[in-house]
Design a protein around this ligand. Structure first.
Ligand code: T4K
Length: 375
């Protein structure tokens, strides 16, 4: 078994060449403008609009993904309502609901994609339901058509937690051409996280993409305390503004996005090759951007053994995203036991290291170690 001399972490952020970042800092220094809708933020917004092919009127940037979600939910009018969502996600998806006074109602997931199941969600819709929040978990795309049908049939909003799915596009086939549509264009709203543990980041950051351009003004207001000039305040907003250094990091990382995506595919392929003769390790294949490398083991004991021995014997720090399940945490324990498929997946899943620059021979060695531990 290979023991790495330096720890291998589940992910490392891409960092742009320092010289390029310094050049951007010189501009910030000369502007003497650090936050509050600065010129670099505006440029970042333009570049994101171009990359995603979404009009600038349908985007809003925030200082992190959690506050983006919170304000997005609030602007959609979800306070006081029930919202159907998945327990197989990071806590932020539900925390942001509770923080605006909505109640998460948990429905089970699809056993293959691990994303919220539209069929399970439909069974829980009541007159109190105002929205469904599916998560494109690990970069696995949800059944967006199924959710669109629910949105239309019941008049509920569909708000995607798209934290993991930056760089994923839907192919729309026309008679004469194939159109590339950002996954952020599905539903009424989507949130992308730009945290450094994501394949694309801006130090910290969050982006909302929304169908109705009228929401932008509300979101811009909410992220800046809901104050207007010096004399007026119209709502209880907060401070969720992205600053100029974050925007600069985002701009520099966006230049590299194609390489970042390509490299994740290479890492995934290396794992897939080594695991191809090992049915005890089931690589989950559905992610389009390969933002994470989730694998499923036959049971909880095997997963725990691999997780522990990778650390102790190999110096490899995998993560059990998303275990425990949200419904195992105190704030959501009211729904404990209600989602058996998600519970089973959470008990068997492990996400293996992947990031730009992780040497491919190290990926192969990690996979060989996993096979050896599994036996
Ligand atoms: N929705 C979903 C589905 C999400 O997954 C998330 C965030 C959100 C919403 C909320 O978006 P944000 O508000 O975060 O924008 C991490 C992240 O903090 C969190 O952003 C992420 N999901 C979640 C899945 O994972 P931890 O506690 O696992 O992070 P941490 O500090 O243990 O870092 C993970 C690994 O990355 C470590 O091995 C160290 C390495 N690392 C980390 C950072 C921050 C670095 O090498 N450099 C770094 O700068 O939560």
């Amino acid at each position: 078994m290979k023991r790495f001399s330096n720890p291998i972490l589940v992910t490392r952020p891409y960092l742009p060449p320092l010289e390029d970042f310094k050049r951007g800092c010189e501009e910030i220094w000369s502007n003497q403008w650090l936050t509050n809708n600065g010129p670099i933020l505006k440029r970042f917004q333009q570049e994101l609009s171009r990359y995603l092919d979404v009009p600038e009127t349908n985007l809003a940037l925030f200082n992190n993904g959690t506050l983006a979600l919170e304000l997005g939910y609030y602007a959609m009018g979800l306070s006081g309502s029930e919202v159907i969502t998945t327990p197989f996600t990071f806590v932020a998806t539900s925390h942001a609901l509770v923080r605006i006074g909505a109640k998460p109602v948990f429905a089970d997931v699809d056993p293959e994609t691990m994303c919220l199941s539209p069929e399970a969600a439909e069974k829980l819709i009541t007159s109190r339901t105002k929205a469904i929040v599916p998560v494109h978990v690990y970069g696995n795309v949800c059944d967006v058509e199924g959710f669109a049908r629910l949105g239309e049939k019941y008049g509920v909003k569909i708000v995607y937690d798209a934290a993991h799915v930056f760089g994923v596009f839907n192919r729309v086939e026309h008679v004469d051409r194939v159109e590339k549509k950002s996954i952020g264009c599905c539903g009424d709203m989507s949130m992308f996280s730009f945290h450094p543990t994501k394949l694309f980041h801006s130090c910290e950051g969050g982006l909302l993409v929304f169908k109705d351009a009228k929401v932008q003004e509300k979101l811009h207001e909410l992220r800046n305390f809901a104050i207007h000039g010096e004399l007026s305040c119209t709502d209880v907003g907060t401070n969720a503004k992205m600053n100029e250094l974050q925007a600069l990091m985002g701009l520099e990382c966006l230049k590299k996005i194609d390489d970042l995506l390509d490299y994740r595919q290479k890492v995934y392929s290396a794992y897939a090759e080594v695991f191809s003769d090992c049915p005890e390790v089931k690589l989950v294949p559905y992610s389009q951007n390969k933002a994470y490398v989730p694998v499923l083991f036959k049971d909880f004991e095997t997963r725990e053994r691999v997780y522990t021995q990778l650390q102790e014997k190999c110096n490899v720090f995998s993560r059990r995203y998303f275990y425990p399940l949200l419904t195992d945490f105190a704030p959501y324990a009211y729904a404990k036991g209600s989602c058996p498929i998600a519970e089973d997946l959470a008990s068997r899943v492990l996400t293996l290291p992947t990031y730009y620059g992780l040497p491919i021979e190290d990926v192969r060695a990690i996979a060989e170690n996993v096979k050896e531990i599994v036996g």
